[in-house]
Design a protein around this ligand. Structure first.
Ligand SMILES: *[C@@H]1O[C@H](CO)[C@@H](O)[C@H](O)[C@H]1NC(C)=O
Ligand SMILES: *[C@@H]1O[C@H](CO)[C@@H](O)[C@H](O)[C@H]1NC(C)=O
Ligand SMILES: *[C@@H]1O[C@H](CO)[C@@H](O)[C@H](O)[C@H]1NC(C)=O
Ligand SMILES: *[C@@H]1O[C@H](CO)[C@@H](O)[C@H](O)[C@H]1NC(C)=O
Ligand SMILES: *[C@@H]1O[C@H](CO)[C@@H](O)[C@H](O)[C@H]1NC(C)=O
Length: 271
């Protein structure tokens, strides 16, 4: 599957003359995790190691989704992978502050005393990696990163030697079963933090990665989250888009009382 993604990337990048520096860490990570991938090596040979030190986040535009019927076939693949019902846009007056790829697990519980029980979401835990400059400069490539990240093991940050840890911007976890938290204040950076509640959600596109190596129960919904205490936190709204994996099985049959499902997604954070 990793090979497939790299081939897709290769296909979409042939016309691109320079990649922004941050993307390099994802490719070094891909090689680190799959050293024998010849398509990766082929890719690297074709990509000039261009250096672009900064980016303009105002150039980045979030994929909130468009109705599929309005999409012409000539549209680039990244734009065609859109959710069936669009999320509402960010509130006016807010500006994009940070874009991260999250890689971790969605957590669920099952009531084993109930033969017809279904899995209940109790939270998530993910490491967040700064992809702000990729969002600004190469949004079509960004859309593939959750799929690539899902095929890699979860890095044990911050000690892991996986090259993506160069770009660690923080962690995503839950304060309780309904309160997601984003902590982008680490010993490396102080990008901000905040607690959120769900404001809107939409089903992930059917083309989304179902799980690692393409196997699994599907991609978690795309979300819009709004601040728990707007006056007391840096981030005001967060979107989860371009999700990969994370959905539980439809029923609890054969499941443990609590279990984790691997996932990855883009998180767009607004201030
Ligand atoms: C979600 O957003 C859509 C517009 O994108 C709107 O029609 C719908 O009512 C919203 N749902 C909720 C629960 O706010
Ligand atoms: C068993 O699970 C089903 C599905 O979630 C639920 O509708 C039902 O109320 C549960 N029964 C008991 C006794 O908890
Ligand atoms: C990391 O994020 C910040 C915004 O929080 C941005 O200014 C910076 O350029 C980003 N770095 C990369 C490598 O994307
Ligand atoms: C979860 O935490 C939030 C914020 O502290 C609180 O408002 C909410 O009532 C809590 N919910 C539950 C189910 O404990
Ligand atoms: C669920 O998430 C928590 C962190 O929020 C983690 O410590 C725990 O090991 C996870 N797994 C299960 C099966 O609960």
């Amino acid at each position: 599957m990793l090979r497939l993604y790299i081939l897709s990337l290769l296909a979409c990048c042939l016309t691109v003359s320079a990649l922004p520096t941050p993307f390099a860490s994802w490719f070094r990570a891909a090689r680190w995790h799959a050293p024998s991938s010849t398509s990766y090596l082929e890719f690297v040979k074709r990509v000039p190691q261009a250096v672009s030190g900064s980016c303009d986040l105002s150039q980045a535009s979030i994929p909130t989704g468009k109705p599929e019927s309005t999409m012409p076939l000539s549209m680039p693949i990244s734009d065609r992978c859109l959710a069936p019902t669009p999320l509402p846009p960010p509130s006016s007056g807010l500006s994009l502050s940070h874009v991260a790829v999250g890689r971790g697990t969605q957590n669920y519980t099952c009531d084993l005393t109930n033969a017809t029980a279904v899995p209940v979401a109790i939270g998530a835990l993910a490491s967040l990696y700064n992809v702000s400059c990729i969002a600004a400069d190469m949004p079509a490539l960004l859309a593939y990163i959750p799929g690539i990240a899902l095929d890699m093991p979860i890095p044990s940050s911050p000690d892991s030697s996986s090259p993506v840890n160069e770009d660690l911007s923080g962690f995503h976890y839950f304060l309780n079963s309904t309160t997601p938290f984003f902590n982008l204040d680490t010993s490396l950076h102080s990008y901000g933090n905040g607690a959120f509640k769900k404001a809107n959600q939409t089903t992930a596109p059917t083309t989304a990665m179902k799980g690692p190596n393409g196997q699994g129960d599907g991609a978690v919904a795309w979300l819009k989250l709004s601040a728990m205490s707007p006056g007391g936190q840096v981030f005001q709204e967060v979107y989860r888009v371009n999700t990969a994996g994370g959905n539980p099985p439809k029923t609890c049959t054969g499941m443990a009382a609590s279990f984790e499902v691997p996932y990855s997604a883009e998180y767009w954070l607004y201030t």
